[in-house]
Design a protein around this ligand. Structure first.
Ligand code: AMP
Ligand code: MG
Length: 320
């Protein structure tokens, strides 16, 4: 097995996030191809620019269906399925609320309650109509907008893993702004940090994984404060306001990063108790909840080895 000293790191800024690629061979050309692949997917999926395939769908809302490429169609289908799980906090049609809140962007303020109520009526996932035969998507109501921000990085991380494998790499790690996918088993596993909320570069602990994805959604990732209250970027599709419960972050360890990206949002919506209960049926997916009361709670821990650092957090079996 190669030792950790032979890891080569490559970085870029894409999708508004720092991207880090780790390889066990010095291969600048492979790194460039990986970054190009990420950029190609970003160009298809982004909603932070006027044009992309997803924006073409959004621009045609309430008017006509738009034919999209197969990966975009598949991802939208997957996002719609997750949005329709009973009680799901995931909603691919959340776009109008995300755009209205502008959380983490210039001009973010709490919108008037009336605005939120009226925008909620154009965020129904059932109104995203998929036509398999034509690979087209129609948003049934004017003003509707798809937002794949909660799933795109996971999807792309899986594509990068597949690409590295196809190119013959046995070992690799891609970190898409906190959305991590790993390929292979270096000696000791890949050590992935669990961030301490609102503490810049401090860690609660580390997780050692092999051939696994590690995805975190946290209230500290993007937020603003108004009148002493914090508003973060994960919205509750039932109320139109940021999800408000005992959690600061949820991390998912799973084979595929797309599952991690979806399940962090689902777990945020369910909270610790319901989340752990739901994951009993999914031994292939494990959650690490970090609560505002500084507890670290695992749904189970077969897929990773956790090391707690000494910094005010404690591992518990349930919420206090
Ligand atoms: P993540 O970092 O994966 O938790 O995704 C957060 C991003 O997903 C936000 O910045 C929004 O673009 C979008 N988003 C916010 N709330 C939701 C939601 N309830 N369902 C789906 N996407 C959401
Ligand atoms: Mg996500």
């Amino acid at each position: 097995m190669p030792s950790a000293s032979r890891v080569y790191s490559y970085s870029a800024v894409l999708m508004g996030s720092p991207i880090l690629l780790k390889l066990f061979s010095h291969d600048e050309a492979l790194a460039s191809r990986v970054f190009r692949l990420i950029k190609q997917y970003e160009d298809l999926l982004t909603v932070n620019r006027a044009q992309s395939q997803v924006m073409d769908i959004n621009h045609a809302a309430g008017r006509h269906p738009v034919t999209v490429s197969q990966p975009v169609f598949e991802l939208i289908r997957c996002a719609k399925t997750a949005s329709l799980y009973p009680g799901s906090a995931f909603n691919l049609a959340i776009g109008p609320l995300v755009k209205r809140w502008k959380i983490g962007f210039k001009g973010d303020t709490v919108p008037p309650a009336d605005d939120i109520a009226s925008l909620l009526s154009i965020t129904r996932p059932e109104d995203v109509l998929l036509d398999e035969a034509n690979s087209s998507v129609l948003l049934a109501k004017a003003g509707m907008e798809i937002d794949l921000g909660a799933i795109a990085k996971g999807y792309i991380a899986d594509r990068v893993r597949d690409y590295l494998r196809k190119e013959g790499a046995d070992l690799g790690l891609i970190n898409l702004g906190g959305n991590i996918q790993t390929l292979g088993s270096p000696e000791g596993g890949w050590s992935v940090g669990l961030k301490k909320p609102f503490a810049a570069d401090e860690l609660i602990g580390t997780m050692d994984v092999e051939n696994m994805s590690v995805v975190t959604s946290g209230t500290y990732e993007r937020y603003f404060e108004q009148d002493g209250k914090r508003y973060h970027h994960i919205l509750d599709p039932r109320t139109g306001y940021p999800l408000d419960n005992e959690l600061d972050s949820v991390t998912i360890v799973s084979k595929n990063s797309i599952d991690g990206d979806i399940w962090t949002t689902l777990m945020f919506g369910m909270g610790v108790e319901k989340g752990c209960a739901a994951l009993r049926a999914r031994p292939d997916i494990e959650a690490i909840f970090v609560t505002k009361a500084k507890e670290v709670i695992f749904s189970s821990s077969h897929l990773f080895r956790f090391t707690l650092l000494d910094n005010g957090y404690r591992v518990t079996d349930s919420i206090a």
